[in-house]
Write a protein that binds this ligand. Sequence first.
Ligand SMILES: Nc1ncnc2c1ncn2[C@@H]1O[C@H](COP(=O)(O)OP(=O)(O)OP(=O)(O)O)[C@@H](O)[C@H]1O
Length: 461
Amino acid sequence: MEKIRITRDELYSPGPLLQGIMDLAFDESCIMDKDGYILHCSDSSPLIWNRPNEESIGRHITELDSASPYPQLLATGEAVLGKMHIINGMSCITHMIPLFDQEDNIIGAFGVIIFRGIEKLKRLMRDNSFDFDTKSKALYDQLSRAEAHYTLSDFIGISPAVQEMLRFAQKVAVHDYPVLIRGETGCGKEIVSSGIHTASHLDGKAPFVKINCTAIPSTLLESELFGYEKGAFSGAYSTKLGKFEIAGTGTLLLDEIGSLDPALQSKLLRAIEEKEFERVGGNTLIPLRARIVACTNSNLEQKMRDGEFREDLYYRLSIAEINIPPLRERREDIPVLIDYFIAKDALDISFTPEAMHLMQAYDWPGNVRQLRNFAAKMDLLERKRITEDAVRHALGIPDEPAVERSPIEDRMDHFEKQLIEQALLENGLNISRTAQALNMSRNTLYARIRRLGIQVKKHLR
Ligand SMILES: Nc1ncnc2c1ncn2[C@@H]1O[C@H](COP(=O)(O)OP(=O)(O)OP(=O)(O)O)[C@@H](O)[C@H]1O
């Protein structure tokens, strides 16, 4: 692939080359600087990011798309082409292309979504109800956008733990307490937080604003959250609203709250308790009306013990604490989730009972996200009926699951080995005589020698 070379000036104010590339791109595109901060977005970008371009510019790409291949591009210096991943709940195919200066240094990157809402497209193609030659982009956009927000009923699961969790979330939704949602990565925290928002703002008008506390350096995070006044620091040319204000009477989702800087934790606690805050560099109190929902997959108890997370903030947030159990603790949900993803993502596969059994025995460290991606991967293999072997292979499960051994078993093996080696030496390494002395058959002795890894030849020296 030919390298795209531009000057630094062109990166910051795109000339005909970059502008042309952006205009030609079929779907949303953006340009970021060397550090991954977004400089420009195409006009259609708000449809995928769910926010106006002014709000996307200046943000780190991983804040908008946590699975962005940008770090990979930076590490390898190579374009990442045709990557399929999920952005804002939609399956997309993306290209990420490095931009070089004349000295061959990477000075930025061009990211483009070449297709989104793949599941919709597949479904529509399958039932032939849509003529793609006369595709109406407006309809297509509308279809894709509807998926960006969840309700609590989008959280699929029949296990008692999930049913109980959903009942609690529904109850919590009608209050305006802060909510703390905990669970391992990929277990559905975003669905629950978005579902709580939807359940508590039935008219669908209040904003749902997200911020990822790990993706933004803490120096910037403060002004992202609280906003700043004109002149608060050099570069603050105009007053900027923070997320608390942008969320209005809606919901502010603080993702990865466990990584929030301790100084900001205090400021957040104050804002929640006093229901008001000040912009950076400001002295006017602004009311906090948004409901705070915080998510985390970190061990907050450990962080509190290590002095990294404030206990008072934890107690304030945990009045309504929702714990989403990992998938391995609700294995009965696996077949239901698989059926759901087969329908939702229009997958043309089914699993044999043995395959499903193996999937239910597997621990899914990446939880439901991993399960969903796994199903999509099996679909790409183009084998319709997925067998146990295919699952074993795809998940890297060893053929014979290693048998757990206790320390006692290890010691017994050790003694047995010593005993057999001793008997072999006493009987001149003669297998028949050794077997007789140990009161076992030759075959049994051979089997034990093999199992215990005894090297008879070693004793000949
Ligand atoms: N119970 C569920 N029902 C349907 N889809 C689910 C469920 N749980 C998770 N998913 C799907 O799994 C993927 C990951 O979910 P989500 O982003 O909500 O996880 P998360 O807990 O917020 O993860 P992370 O901590 O890594 O951000 C999404 O595609 C989501 O649609």
